[in-house]
Design a protein around this ligand. Structure first.
Ligand SMILES: [Zn+2]
Length: 213
């Protein structure tokens, strides 16, 4: 909640909660998740604003984030994940229901996918969807199990990919420039020094609101 308040106040923020919790339902745990942190953060933010986007790049689909907001047009949920895979849902055909039709964006990838495919997904699907939706806040459900040296899940990302995929041109990726985090498999985190970003990017960063959860 503090991270949301900081973001609403214009400061980048990082919720150090592991895992993001995207499998947990309202009254039950699932897939090692007890609390659905990203969904809870979104619910809290929606008390203060109209539109929140959640970008989820964990290798698993966030079944209960989608489940929570499946009928909502106030939350845009974008997920890149391995499919078919646990938790069993997340096909491209699942796009929301009722008022929420079109507000769930699922991008299923096969095992072995790497940054080339992820970049295409961001450029062709996620960034345009965010631009169209115009979220007041972006929550990044930042699972890191798509890394190439994770022995269990079979994707081919590298730590720097998480930052590089989003730390792009301000004109084409205006909403995601807070994403400047790198993390290795031991959970060591390394913020890219702000001076490594050009002046225009720093200005954009200070004007955008994004939360990792
Ligand atoms: Zn996962």
């Amino acid at each position: 909640m503090k991270a949301i308040d900081l973001a609403i106040g214009g400061k980048s923020s990082f919720s150090l909660v592991r895992p993001p919790g995207h499998h947990a339902g309202p009254a039950y745990g699932m897939g090692f998740c007890s609390f659905n942190n990203a969904a809870i953060e979104a619910a809290y933010a929606l008390q203060k604003m109209q539109r929140v986007a959640i970008v989820d790049w964990d290798v698993h689909h966030g079944n209960e984030i989608q489940g929570n907001y499946n009928e909502s047009d106030r939350v845009l949920y974008c997920s890149i994940h391995r499919y078919p895979f646990y938790s069993g849902i997340g096909s491209i055909k699942e796009s929301g229901t009722g008022k929420g039709e079109g507000y769930s964006v699922n991008i299923p990838f096969p095992a072995g996918s790497g940054m080339q495919l992820y970049s295409r997904a961001f450029n062709a699907i996620i960034i345009p969807a965010l631009k169209s939706f115009k979220p007041e806040l972006i929550i990044v459900s930042s699972g890191h199990d798509a890394l190439s040296d994770d022995p269990l899940w079979g994707m081919k990302l590298h730590p720097e990919d998480f930052g590089n995929s989003l730390r792009c041109s301000p004109t084409s990726h205006p909403f995601l420039l807070y994403v400047i985090l790198k993390e290795d498999m031991e959970g060591q985190m390394d913020w890219l020094p702000e001076k490594s970003l050009d002046k225009r990017r720093r200005i954009r960063i200070t004007n955008r609101r994004c939360v990792f959860g």
